[in-house]
Design a protein around this ligand. Structure first.
Ligand SMILES: [Zn+2]
Length: 517
C-alpha cells in the first residue's frame, strides 16, 4: 500500500474505516520495509520483529546452499512451473514456516500462544504458532489440494489459510486463495471470529491490493484500497460498528512495502549467462549453455535469484567465491536498469568486514556497523551540502540511532551527513537494511537493486510492465503506510526517527504485556 494512494483514498471518501483509524490514531506515512522489499522477507520481519540476518528469509526466490537448489515462493505461475508446482507450493505453504524461518526468532503468534493469549490468523505467508492444524478435506477443491497438502502445520489458535487450513467451519470460502477473492475470505472469517469472540490477537491480511497494484499500477490502488476498506467495515460491523469495535480493540493497519511503476525489464539470467547460470531444476540454464560453453565454463557456477525489483546472485563453488563475486559485480555494473550493486567484504577469518554499495555512475560507499569496521574519526559535512565524498573513515549514526563507520561517495545513495546523522531519503534506512541483507546467511554473494521503472524478470520470464512492483532499496517501493489506533506507543519508540516494519511485533508483544521480547 502506497502512502500517497491511501491518502488519496481517504480524501476521496472511499476508505472510511482507514480514515477513522487515521483520525483517531497515529498515521506514519513512511514505515520502511525490508530489503529486498518483497513479501516473504517483509512478512517474516513483521511477525518476528527481526530483519533477515536473524529470521533468515532472504527473498522471493533464493538459493538453498545446504540443499543445493532454488527456493521459489511464487513470483508468478510460470516461474512456479519451472521449479515444479508441487515443490513451489511445498516451499511456500510448509517449508517457509517449518524449515526456512529461523527457529530462533519466535513469531508474534508463538510469543502470545506461550502465555495463552488467544491468537488467530487469516491467510498470510507467515503463520507459525503453537497450535496444530490438520488440512481440510471437506470440498472437492480442497480434496484436490489436500493431495498436495497432506501435512498438519503449527499455527495460531485459530488459523484460516486459503481453504487448506480452517480451525472452524465458518461457511467462508477462499477459492483456494485466488487473487481478488482473498480479501473477501479474510473479511468473512474475521467477522465470524469477531461475532463469536474467538481471539485476543488477530492478524488480518488483505493481500488483494498488492495483486491489483501489480496488475494495474500503483494508481489502481485507489480501487483496491476501497475494496479492502469494505472488508474492514464488515469486520468492525460484526463487533457492533466502528465506534464500538474501537472501544474494545486496538488496531494496527500497515503495509509490508509499497509499489512503484514498472516500464522495462532486466533479464539477469541472460545478462550473466556466460558465467554459467544454474537452471531451475539443475544443470546449465538453456541459453546459458551456449554462452557458457563459448566462455569455457564447464557447468553452473552461479545461481540467479530475481525478487521483482531486487535480485541476488550466489557463487556456487566455494573455492572461487570471491573471484566470482568480483566477476558478477563487474558485469552487473554495466547492466542497464541496475541502480545499485551490493556486496560484503570479509576479513582473513571470513568475518564480515564491510558492506559495499556501488552505483554505475554515482561511485561507491563502504560501511560497517560501529564495532565491526573501523570507527575512528568524525565525518565532516562532506563538502557542499554535505553530499560529497567522505575521504577518510568516519563515524555517523543513522535515523534510528545506530552507529556506523562509512567511507566513500555519499552520492551513491544521494545521502548527506548533518550533525553526524546519515540521511538518505531516496534509500531509507539503507545502511541497516543492506547490512541485514548481506549478513543473512541465506543471502547471495551479490545483491542488486533496480533503478526506478525497472524490474528483474522472474524465472518464468514474467514481470509487471505497465503495472507496479517492488523489491528495491529505493524509497518508492520501500516506504509503506502505518496506522496505530488504540496502541499505547512507547514514549521513545525505536522507530522515532524512522519507523520500520520490524517495530510492529515488539509493539504487539508490549500491548499484551510481554515487554519487548
Ligand atoms: Zn507484490
Amino acid at each position: 500500500m502506497a502512502p500517497a494512494m491511501l491518502e488519496r483514498a481517504v480524501e476521496a471518501g472511499v476508505a472510511p474505516m482507514l480514515a477513522t483509524l487515521i483520525e483517531r490514531g497515529r498515521y506514519i506515512p513512511d514505515c520502511v520495509a525490508a530489503f529486498p522489499s518483497v513479501t516473504p522477507v517483509c512478512a517474516a520481519s513483521i511477525v518476528t520483529g527481526k530483519a533477515q540476518d536473524e529470521h533468515l528469509i532472504p527473498g522471493m526466490n533464493w538459493f538453498h546452499r545446504d540443499e543445493h537448489r532454488y527456493v521459489e515462493y511464487g513470483s508468478s505461475f510460470r516461474a512456479a512451473q519451472r521449479f515444479g508446482i508441487v515443490r513451489q507450493l511445498t516451499d511456500t505453504v510448509y517449508n517457509m514456516n517449518r524449515a526456512h524461518l529461523s527457529p530462533d526468532t519466535p513469531t508474534v503468534f508463538e510469543s502470545l500462544d506461550d502465555v495463552n493469549i488467544r491468537t488467530a490468523g487469516t491467510t498470510y505467508l507467515m503463520y507459525r504458532g503453537r497450535h496444530r492444524h490438520e488440512p481440510q478435506k471437506d470440498t472437492a477443491l480442497t480434496r484436490f489440494a489436500s493431495r498436495l497438502m497432506r501435512h498438519p502445520v503449527m499455527g495460531p489458535r485459530e488459523l484460516f489459510y486459503a481453504d487448506i487450513f480452517a480451525s472452524r467451519q465458518t461457511g467462508c470460502r477462499s477459492g483456494l486463495g485466488m487473487p481478488g477473492v482473498r480479501d473477501r475470505h479474510t473479511g468473512c472469517v474475521s467477522s465470524y471470529l469477531v461475532e463469536h469472540d474467538l481471539f485476543d490477537f488477530l492478524l488480518l491480511s488483505l493481500p488483494d491490493n498488492d495483486w491489483y497494484s501489480h496488475k494495474h499500477g500503483p494508481e489502481g490502488q485507489l480501487h483496491s484500497i476501497a475494496q479492502a476498506d469494505l472488508q474492514l467495515a464488515r469486520v468492525f460491523n460484526a463487533g457492533g460498528g466502528v465506534d464500538r469495535f474501537l472501544e474494545e480493540h486496538a488496531v494496527i493497519a500497515m503495509a509490508d512495502h509499497s509499489q512503484a511503476p514498472v516500464e522495462r525489464t532486466i533479464s539477469l539470467q541472460g545478462e550473466l549467462a556466460e558465467l554459467g547460470v544454474l537452471a531451475p531444476k539443475g544443470g546449465l540454464e538453456a541459453g546459458s549453455g551456449d554462452a557458457a560453453a563459448t566462455a569455457g565454463v564447464d557447468g553452473p557456477r552461479i545461481a540467479v535469484c530475481p525478487s521483482q525489483r531486487g535480485a541476488m546472485v550466489y557463487a556456487l563453488r566455494p573455492a572461487e567465491r570471491d573471484a566470482m563475486r568480483a566477476s558478477v559485480v563487474a558485469r552487473a555494473l554495466t547492466i542497464e536498469g541496475v541502480d545499485l550493486v551490493i556486496w560484503l567484504e570479509r576479513d582473513a577469518h571470513d568475518a564480515p568486514r564491510e558492506a559495499v554499495i556501488a552505483s554505475p555512475d554515482r561511485g561507491e560507499l563502504r560501511f560497517a556497523p560501529e564495532g565491526v569496521g573501523r570507527t575512528d574519526g568524525v565525518v565532516g559535512t562532506g563538502g557542499a551540502g554535505g553530499t560529497g565524498r567522505v575521504g577518510k573513515t568516519g563515524a555517523v549514526t543513522d535515523a534510528r540511532g545506530r552507529g556506523w563507520s562509512i567511507e566513500g561517495s555519499l552520492g551513491t545513495l544521494a545521502a548527506r551527513v548533518g550533525d553526524g546523522v546519515f540521511i538518505s531519503p531516496d534509500y531509507p534506512d539503507a545502511l541497516a537494511r543492506v547490512w541485514s541483507a548481506l549478513t543473512c546467511p541465506t543471502s547471495g554473494e551479490v545483491l542488486l537493486s533496480a533503478a526506478p521503472g525497472w524490474e528483474f524478470l522472474d524465472w518464468g520470464g514474467a514481470a509487471h510492465v505497465g503495472g507496479g512492483s517492488h523489491g528495491s532499496l529505493h524509497a518508492s517501493d520501500s516506504l509503506g503506510a502505518l496506522v496505530c489506533c488504540g496502541v499505547d506507543l512507547p514514549a521513545d519508540p525505536p522507530g522515532q526517527g524512522q519507523w520500520a516494519i520490524r517495530d510492529i511485533a515488539p509493539l504487539v508483544r508490549r500491548h499484551f504485556g510481554l515487554g519487548s521480547v
